[in-house]
Design a protein around this ligand. Structure first.
Ligand SMILES: NC(=O)c1ccc[n+]([C@@H]2O[C@H](COP(=O)([O-])OP(=O)(O)OC[C@H]3O[C@@H](n4cnc5c(N)ncnc54)[C@H](O)[C@@H]3O)[C@@H](O)[C@H]2O)c1
Ligand SMILES: N[C@H](C(=O)O)[C@H](O)COP(=O)(O)O
Length: 336
């Protein structure tokens, strides 16, 4: 079985410790094998610091699956990482980026089954010259570079009772109305519809589309994007047989009865999508990138520098990400 490639994320955050804890729960949570693109010395030091009994071994992907029962396999990075829990370091940027790139390369070249990323903090990467807003956009770039084919990466947050997709992602709120075009709403909806069918096994996906403005614009009195952009996109999607409906007032589309009526909610900006899903199920929700020629998942939480190195970070979302990556990469049937 090909293992999952797990990038270490920002080593100053909780990534290393939730990875160590996930490995300790491999039997309990029936985790299929993974290896870490990371720094064995740093992971060993973090395990010692936290009193976690995690034997490590250096292993390339080909040897990871057979090592996994008894050791946490680590494929060492060329760039060393500084161990400074809670204190992000710009000097770690090269290693953080190398880990993501190598996890993707291993997956595209079929040495790994899927990519799972531990969280990165964006600011230390920006300070080091990284030009992508987050993983999602960087993964789209890597996909194009490695395959020569264009890719539109789409962020989905997938929890047990709610999937949300932000149409605009890592951008300032002030720029959202300008970015939001009919073509963009349609493109994100089409990719979501396709991948819900192909990867999640949902035969006839139902897409609830949020409005942008209060009360979805209140007939144009509280903004015109709902009527002049989003409604037109929904009409075009329906014409093509996609079960999209809205624009819905965003304040009333996430309660339990409303959620039962759709398979994914398309939201117009980052927090409209991420607040409901992280509020309902912070520990179980997974960040999945659609629109790529490979599977990528990640926990829904960030680097949590405020608790890094203290041994109180919960590994549940990473474990959910590992499990979903395996299911999506194996799956041609139904996933609910
Ligand atoms: N997948 C990713 O790479 C990813 C996802 C989200 C945020 N981020 C980045 O992480 C950095 C910090 O973001 P933030 O502070 O907004 O969010 P965060 O998720 O890191 O932390 C929010 C709060 O939740 C707590 N928390 C987070 N994960 C936890 C866990 N596993 N167990 C227990 N408590 C947990 C933290 O202690 C903090 O109080 C930012 O730079 C952001 O861009 C990265
Ligand atoms: N927007 C995500 C969140 O808040 O959970 C987070 O920034 C991660 O995004 P990437 O997967 O693109 O790094």
């Amino acid at each position: 079985m090909r293992p999952l490639a797990l990038s270490i994320g920002d080593p100053s955050g909780i990534g290393p410790e939730v990875i160590l804890q996930a490995w300790l729960r491999r039997d309990q949570d029936k985790l299929s094998p993974f290896y870490v693109l990371g720094d064995p010395a740093l992971l060993a030091a973090r395990a010692r610091h936290l009193g976690l009994d995690v034997p490590l071994c250096e292993a390339e992907p080909e040897a990871a699956a057979s090592a996994f029962d008894d050791h946490l396999p680590v494929a060492p990075l060329e760039n060393r990482l500084t161990d400074s829990a809670g204190q992000p370091e710009t000097v770690n940027a090269a290693g953080v980026i190398e880990a993501i790139s190598r996890a993707v390369t291993d997956t595209v070249e079929s040495r790994a089954a899927a990519v799972v990323t531990a969280p990165i903090a964006k600011k230390p990467l920006y300070d080091a010259g990284f030009r992508f807003p987050g993983h999602t956009e960087f993964l789209g770039h890597l996909a194009e570079e490695l395959t020569g084919r264009p890719a539109t990466p789409v962020m989905m947050l997938a929890g047990p009772d709610l999937r949300t997709v932000p149409v605009t992602v890592h951008q300032a709120l002030a720029g959202v109305p300008e970015t939001l075009t009919q073509a963009l709403v349609e493109e994100i909806a089409r990719i979501t519809d396709r991948e819900l069918r192909q990867r999640f096994g949902i035969a006839e996906p139902r897409l609830a589309i949020a409005g942008l403005n209060p009360h979805a614009g209140e007939g144009g009195a509280m903004g015109t994007e709902d009527r002049d952009v989003i409604a037109l996109a929904i009409h075009a999607l329906q014409e093509d047989g996609i079960n999209a409906f809205g624009p819905l007032p965003a304040d009333t589309m996430f309660h339990a009865r409303a959620r039962a009526g759709y398979d994914a909610a398309l939201c117009m900006y980052h927090d409209q999508a991420l607040i409901p899903v992280k509020t309902i199920a912070f520990d179980e929700t997974v960040n999945v990138t659609l629109g790529l020629p490979f599977i990528r998942t990640s926990p829904d939480h960030g680097t949590a520098f405020d608790i890094a190195g203290r041994g109180i970070a919960r590994p549940d979302s990473l474990i959910a990400a590992i499990r979903l990556a395996r299911r999506l990469s194996d799956n041609t049937d139904t996933i609910k």
